[in-house]
Design a protein around this ligand. Structure first.
Ligand code: ADP
Length: 333
């Protein structure tokens, strides 16, 4: 199972699966990453070997899982899916690795959350397609080497900075996924609306594209809420339905959701704009530090509401303006 910071219903996951592009050509945006992957896959095909290990880094919902599936599809190889939280012992990983068929693609989502002993086993597996299995305990313990079928590891992480260097170094290529431009999100939405058989105005799609935090997953999800709204209230999927649905689900004009706003208003009102340390901030909003850092903050930084400094998080001038607040300390803003 793929663990997400926000739980999703089965229906949402099924919907997401149905909208996943199946080829690099169908995958919208990330032109650089697509070209890089294409080259890597073609070179491997020409030399008749398994492609190098690939690390996909970036905030949730930007297409890491989708790309892993596309890598398998385009290279005509089977895909095995796992995730860091599911690998809590070296034995869990040994079981997966030893059962791979030659050339298989192994996708490990949230690879930074794998247990340390498993991580160490992975170094050797990635480098030499070999692992050492420990049997017995104490003085009688021995390690038995086990050869593995050659495989390609595709790791995904929301925080490449958290990966230990030896692991990061063993990937032949790291793709950094960026937030999508509005024009790209419009393409994602046009495609999704067609697949959903939903007649919707171009202006409505543009509005959703501007309010989905630069994230295809959120774009698709908002589209579904707009469809619900149009279904229930009638009047078609136009701008009215977009505004109605987005207001109802607390998405503001910058696309910020409830947690984004809570993080920002906490920094502004409780810490007078900062600096405030990540862990203090996380406790104040009742979230895990990892969620605040890898899910919430990247977009706030990207749209210029927040800066991360060595002394902590600081709200920008734009943030004070957007939230219509003023600093209590005169002269600071
Ligand atoms: P991640 O693994 O990075 O969290 P996913 O690969 O699960 O993200 O993508 C989430 C959803 O967004 C998928 O359902 C997919 O349909 C859609 N999506 C992501 N990237 C793209 C893209 N470049 N083009 C079209 N749809 C995309």
């Amino acid at each position: 199972a793929i663990v997400r910071p926000t739980p999703e219903s089965d229906a949402e996951l099924a919907f997401e699966g149905a909208l996943r592009p199946k080829s690099l050509a169908e995958f919208v945006g990330q032109a650089k990453v697509r070209a890089q992957l294409q080259l890597l896959l073609q070179a491997a095909t020409l030399q008749n070997r398994t492609p190098d290990h690939i690390l996909l880094a970036g905030p949730p919902g930007l297409g890491k899982t989708t790309l892993a599936m596309i890598v398998a599809e385009e290279s005509g190889r089977p895909l095995r899916m796992s995730s860091g939280p599911a690998i809590q012992h070296a034995g869990d990983l040994a079981a997966v690795l030893s059962s791979l068929v030659p050339g298989e693609i192994l996708f490990i989502d949230e690879i930074h959350r794998m247990a340390r002993p498993a991580e160490e086993m992975l170094y050797l597996a990635m480098e030499d397609f070999r692992i050492d299995i420990m049997v017995g305990k104490g003085a009688g313990a021995t390690s038995i080497p086990l050869d593995l079928a050659p495989f390609t590891l595709v790791g995904a992480t929301t925080r490449s900075g958290l990966l230990p260097n030896p692991l990061r170094d063993r990937f032949g290529f790291t793709a950094h996924l960026e937030f999508y431009a509005e024009s790209e999100l419009e393409q994602v939405l046009v495609r999704a609306a067609a697949l959903l058989d939903l007649p919707i105005d171009r202006s409505a799609l543009a509005e959703i594209a501007g309010r989905c935090r630069g994230t295809p997953r959120i774009a698709n999800r908002l589209l579904r809420r707009v469809r619900d709204y149009a279904l229930v209230y009638g009047g078609g999927a136009g701008l009215g339905a977009v505004h109605g649905a987005l207001d109802l689900y607390d998405v503001d004009e910058l696309g910020l959701d409830r947690l984004d706003r809570e993080v920002m208003t906490t920094i502004l009102t409780r810490f007078d704009g900062g600096p405030v340390g990540l862990s203090t901030l996380a406790v104040s909003v009742g979230e895990e530090a990892e969620t605040v850092e890898s899910v919430v903050e990247p977009f706030l930084v990207r749209i210029g509401l927040l800066t991360r400094t060595p002394r902590g998080r600081v709200a920008t001038r734009l943030a004070w303006k957007h939230f219509g607040l003023q600093s209590a300390a005169p002269g600071t803003v």
